[in-house]
Write a protein that binds this ligand. Structure first.
Ligand SMILES: CC(C)[C@H](C(=O)O)[C@@H](O)C(=O)O
Ligand code: SF4
Length: 480
C-alpha cells in the first residue's frame, strides 16, 4: 500500500505530532528553541511565578543580539563595556540571569560564538534538517534554508515552549515557489527573494509555508538558501524551506552541535527522505523565471515595493488597487521620492551591510569583492559592516576582508542586529537614506525618519563607492 504523497513540510509536521485533537489542532514537539533578549523576559518571569522549570534546557540556545551595541565589548583591561541605554541594559541583564537560573546554554556578549540568533543556529549545527525550530522572532524562517520547519512565535508561546517543549498548532497550507532557469551573473539570492516578494506581495504567503523549488536553489550555497528563507515572512508566509541535499549535509558536518560520528549516517539517511514527493500537491503554486531577475532595490516602505535597479520610482496612479495607490503615495512621501526618478539617480548617505539576511561570510566576501581597492564616495557619511557572529568576524579577518572594508572607509563592527532595526545605538539619521542589506524598509525601521533602500551586499558596496544606488554589474565591468 502506498501512502499519500506529501510535501516536505507535511513530512516534518507529521513526524512531530505528539497528539492530534478533534478540533484540528495538533500538539507539536519542538526540537530547537532559540532565545534572544527582546521576547524572552516575560516568558521566564512567568515560569518563575509559576515555579516551573525549562523542560528541555539542552534543546534551548540563547544569545543577545538586538540590543547589544556593535562597538567594542570590552575595554583594554578586558572589562565589559557598560550598556548606556537603560532598557537595553535591563533586557540584556535579564537574559543573562534567566539563562543562568534556568540552566540554558548562553553565548554572552564577549563569546566568539555570539551573534544574531539566526546566524548562530545554523553556524553551530544547532539548526538541523527536518527539525522544528522556533524563536520569539519573525525571521526564524531563515533556518528553513537547512530544510527545517522554522517559524517565529510570540512571547506567550516562548513561555509554552520553555515549559513543555511543545506548541499547539494548526497545520499551515503549503505553497510552492518554483524558480525556473538560472540567475544571470551579478544577480544574487537577495535579489531573487526580493523579486519573489515583489511578485507575490507581502500577503502572498499568508497562512502558508513556502517551499522554494528548482535548480537555482539546488545550486545555491547554504548561506544563500538562508538568505532566501529568511525573508519568507516578508512575503507573509509562516515559514519557508528548501529540501536538504548534499550541500546541506556538507555544511552541517563537523559543526559543534551536529550529529557526531556514530549518529551521522543515521541522521543523513533520514535527511535524505526529506523532500516533497513527486505527486505531492501544494495548496498554492507560483512560478518565477530566474532570467527575469535583476539586481533588486526597494523604493517604498514595504518589502514588496521592489524594482530592478535599472527601473524608476513608480507612479502610485499606476497601481490598480486603490489601497495600494494610497500606500504608495504615503511611501513616496515618507521616502521623499518623486515618480519617474531613476533608481540609479537616488543618492544615499548611509550604508549598512549586516542583519540575519546578509551577514554571513559569503555576504561579506561579495561586498568586499566590490570594495577591494576602492573608497567610499564623499556622499557617504556613515557606513558600517556588521558580521553576523563572532565566528563570521574571525573568518572575515582571517581572509583580510576587515581591511578591505576599513580601507574603503567603512567601519568594521562587533556582531549583532545593529542598524537592521533601531533598538541599539546604530541608527540612520532622520531624512537620510541608506542602502541596507537588511530585510525590512518599514517607516522608522532604521531610526525615526530614516529612509531605507533594501539591496544585496554587493549592491550596498556599489552604492558605497558611487554615493547613489548603482547597478553593481557596472562596477564589476570596470577595474577598481
Ligand atoms: C525584536 C523582534 C521581536 C523582531 C522580530 O520578531 O522580527 C525583530 O527581530 C525584527 O526583525 O523586527
Ligand atoms: S537582524 Fe534584523 S531581522 Fe534579523 S533578527 Fe535582528 S532585527 Fe530581526
Amino acid at each position: 500500500m502506498s501512502s499519500k504523497p506529501r510535501t516536505l513540510y507535511e513530512k516534518i509536521f507529521d513526524a512531530h505530532v505528539v497528539e492530534r485533537r478533534d478540533d484540528g489542532t495538533c500538539l507539536i514537539f519542538i526540537d530547537r528553541h532559540l532565545v534572544h533578549e527582546v521576547t524572552s523576559p516575560q516568558a521566564f518571569e512567568a515560569l518563575r511565578i509559576n515555579a516551573r522549570k525549562v523542560r528541555h534546557p539542552e534543546l534551548t540556545l540563547a544569545v543577545p543580539d538586538h540590543n547589544l551595541p556593535t562597538t567594542a565589548r570590552t575595554d583594554a583591561q578586558g572589562n565589559r563595556m557598560p550598556i548606556a541605554d537603560e532598557e537595553s541594559r535591563a533586557q540584556l541583564a535579564a537574559l543573562e540571569r534567566n539563562t543562568h537560573d534556568f540552566g540554558i546554554r548562553y553565548f554572552d556578549a564577549t563569546a566568539r560564538q555570539q551573534g544574531i540568533v539566526h546566524v548562530v543556529g545554523p553556524e553551530q549545527g544547532f539548526s538541523l534538517p527536518g527539525t522544528t525550530i522556533v524563536c520569539g522572532d519573525s525571521h526564524t524562517a531563515c533556518h528553513g534554508g537547512l530544510g527545517a520547519w522554522a517559524f517565529g512565535i510570540g512571547t506567550s508561546e516562548v513561555e509554552h515552549v520553555l515549559a513543555t517543549q511543545t506548541l499547539l498548532l494548526r497545520p499551515s497550507k503549503t505553497m510552492e515557489v518554483r524558480v525556473e532557469g538560472d540567475l544571470a551573473p551579478g544577480v544574487t539570492a537577495k535579489d531573487l527573494i526580493m523579486h519573489i516578494i515583489g511578485v507575490i506581495g507581502t500577503a502572498g504567503g499568508t497562512g502558508h509555508v513556502i517551499e522554494y523549488r528548482g535548480k537555482v536553489f539546488e545550486q545555491m550555497s547554504i548561506e544563500s538558501r538562508l538568505t532566501v528563507c529568511n525573508m519568507s515572512i516578508e512575503g507573509g508566509a509562516r515559514g519557508g524551506l528548501i529540501a536538504p541535499d548534499e550541500t546541506t549535509f556538507a555544511y552541517i558536518k563537523g559543526r559543534t552541535f551536529a550529529p557526531t560520528a556514530d549518529e551521522w549516517d543515521d541522521a543523513v539517511a533520514y535527511w535524505k527522505t526529506l523532500y516533497s514527493d513527486p505527486d505531492a500537491v501544494f495548496d498554492k503554486s507560483v512560478t518565477i523565471d530566474a532570467r527575469e531577475v535583476e539586481p533588486s532595490v526597494t523604493w517604498g516602505t514595504s518589502p514588496e515595493d521592489v524594482v530592478a535597479i535599472g527601473g524608476t520610482v513608480p507612479d502610485p496612479a499606476g497601481f490598480t488597487d486603490p489601497s495600494k495607490q494610497e500606500a504608495a503615495r504615503a511611501s513616496l512621501d515618507y521616502m521623499g521620492l518623486t515618480p519617474g526618478t531613476r533608481m540609479q539617480d537616488i543618492a544615499v548617505q548611509n550604508i549598512f551591510i549586516g542583519s540575519c539576511t546578509n551577514s554571513r561570510i559569503e555576504d561579506l566576501r561579495a561586498a568586499a569583492e566590490v570594495l577591494r581597492g576602492r573608497r567610499k564616495h564623499a556622499n557617504i557619511k556613515w557606513g558600517i559592516v556588521v558580521p553576523g557572529s563572532g565566528l563570521v568576524k574571525l573568518q572575515a579577518e582571517a581572509e583580510g576582508l576587515d581591511k578591505v572594508f576599513t580601507d574603503a572607509g567603512l567601519e568594521w563592527r562587533e556582531p549583532g542586529c545593529s542598524a537592521c532595526l533601531g533598538m541599539n545605538p546604530d541608527k540612520v539619521p532622520a531624512g537620510e537614506r541608506s542602502a541596507s542589506t537588511s530585510n525590512r524598509n518599514f517607516v522608522g525601521r532604521q531610526g525615526p525618519g530614516a529612509r531605507t533602500h533594501l539591496v544585496s551586499p554587493a549592491m550596498a558596496a556599489a552604492a558605497a563607492v558611487t554615493g547613489h544606488l548603482t547597478d553593481v554589474r557596472e562596477l564589476m565591468r570596470e577595474p577598481a
